[in-house]
Design a binder for this molecule. Structure first.
Ligand code: URP
Ligand code: ZN
Length: 483
């Protein structure tokens, strides 16, 4: 039995903010109280610091390969970088191979790939790309295997995009099983047509990527997804909201009390099209989908975080290097030199999420520390069936705790980050606050700039069906059916 006593910190959860001591025994929180007087194997003085639940990043792409390339960050490097940033849980994706594979074998494949590779605990969403044969039945048995979120892409035709019939069928299974549907909301057909038009005009440099993804391609797919989910009676989580127009569609749905949840990511809050419009191929650093929009959108996204319209900040961490210089990787972003269509989509950020949101949210005075905790940890845990094991500081919860020092000021840089990418989107940005001690299931895994644990200790988390999936039943226009 091991014990750890965290003394005198300001314990902040989504619901409370008070000074307390926290006793951890083995992997769980045993006691929270004032002036706890007991011996422990280790005592950490947290005076003047926040004691918060470990961050949960529910949108990551680690060790992700397709025909074109592999992400630079592996499960090992990505989860270590996450830990340095104060994140103690990720949820990544298993992906059904182009509709030709049972989701169950896709899950087995991904589980064996992640097994023994992660530093922190991890869950999986399932990307559904097809429903032929027995696949709908297989999807309905995913929750029993700990996968309670089904991701659908309305973008990337010929790759992972599904048509409305498939989307609706999967949403019906979600409604029936209590799973939540995640949506990549962009109109893939319109984007393909606009991309072809740009190509015929010779407009293929990196910054034209965003011109092929106008706001309406995102808001149309957002509205369509909301309508289909409402019709199916399924809870819906809209990934990486980037624009004011898409956010307005979500806000409208929320005024009708629909079971709709939204996520945004640091790249949409801190980077802007104006930053890369004139950068030539350097703009490839910013290429992701939906694209990083004009700066004016940031104001509305921050308002969404303040009002509750946006519930989660995750990263969509999907890292590709600007150089093609590592033997285990392909051409990375250089694949698209001179042709934005070939630039692998995705940006890094798993390590910087907590510091960035603390800076833009708490330090900037937009919201309190408890809202910061809610956005980075509690809501993700609740929406994906990990609460209260994860996402809070409570007796019986996993001891995933970050001791957050509000004082230090650091400069974000690729020279000092731990992600396996050769650039940082936020290079040179000065941020307050630092996760000085990061604890995962009672084990100190990061202390200052030192990694104190080894990859492989992270465990697969079987997610339960989220509470949101069983509330708001009145929103269901149809009775749930068996697939
Ligand atoms: O550009 C992005 N977001 N790449 C990652 C895959 C996805 O679309 O989520
Ligand atoms: Zn993604």
């Amino acid at each position: 039995m091991s014990s750890l006593l965290i003394k005198g910190g300001r314990v902040v959860t989504a619901a409370a903010d008070h000074e307390a001591d926290v006793l951890v025994v083995d992997e769980t929180i045993r006691l929270i109280g004032s002036n706890l007087e007991m011996t422990a194997d280790r005592v950490i003085d947290a005076k003047g610091k926040f004691v918060i639940p470990g961050g949960i990043d529910v949108h990551t792409h680690l060790s992700m390969s397709d025909e074109k390339d592999t992400t630079a960050d592996t499960f090992a490097s990505g989860t270590a970088a996450a830990a340095f940033g104060g994140t103690t849980t990720i949820i990544d994706f298993a992906r059904q191979e182009r509709g030709r594979e049972s989701p169950l074998s896709a899950l087995d494949r991904r589980l064996s790939q992640a097994q023994g590779q992660c530093l922190i605990d991890y869950g999986l969403h399932m990307v559904i790309t097809g429903i032929s044969g027995t696949y709908l039945n297989d999807i309905s048995s995913l929750p029993a295997r700990g996968v309670t979120s089904f991701k659908l892409f309305l973008a990337y035709p010929g790759e992972v995009m599904v048509d409305d019939a498939t989307a609706f069928a999967v949403m019906r299974v979600a409604a029936h099983t209590g799973a939540i549907v995640m949506l990549h909301a962009e109109n893939g057909h319109a984007i393909a047509a606009l991309t072809a038009e740009l190509a015929t005009q010779g407009k293929l440099s990196a910054s034209f990527h965003s011109k092929a993804h106008p706001h309406l391609t995102e808001s149309e797919a957002t509205q369509r997804g909301i309508a289909l989910a409402q019709l199916a009676g399924a809870p819906l989580y809209i990934c990486h909201v980037s624009s004011q127009l898409a956010l307005e569609a979500i806000e409208t749905a929320k005024t009708k009390a629909l079971n709709i949840w939204a996520e945004t990511c640091p790249q949409y809050l801190f980077a802007a099209e104006e930053d890369y419009a004139d950068l030539g191929f350097e703009a490839a650093k910013y290429v992701c989908s939906p694209p990083i929009r004009e700066r004016a959108n940031q104001v509305r996204l921050w308002q969404g975080l303040m009002s509750g319209a946006i519930a989660v900040v995750s990263t969509d961490h999907c890292s590709y290097r600007m150089q093609s210089d590592l033997p285990d990787l392909g051409l990375q972003k250089t694949m698209g030199r001179g042709d934005f269509r070939k630039i692998p989509n995705g940006v890094p950020g798993i390590e910087n999420r907590m510091q960035l949101l603390y800076e833009g949210g708490v330090v900037a005075g937009r919201f309190a520390m408890s809202r910061f905790v809610e956005l980075t940890s509690t809501n993700p845990a609740k929406l994906f069936g990990l609460f209260p094991k994860k996402g809070t500081i409570d007796v019986g919860s996993d001891a995933d705790i970050v001791i957050w020092d509000p004082d230090p000021i650091s400069t974000i840089s690729a020279a000092s980050h731990h992600m396996r990418v050769d650039y940082n989107l936020y290079e040179g940005m000065r941020v307050h606050g630092s996760p000085t001690v990061v604890i995962s299931r009672g084990e100190v895994i990061v202390e200052g700039d030192q990694l104190r644990a080894s990859v492989g200790r992270g465990r697969f988390l079987a997610c339960t069906t989220p509470a949101v999936a069983t509330t708001n039943q009145e929103n269901q226009m149809l009775e749930p059916i068996s697939p």
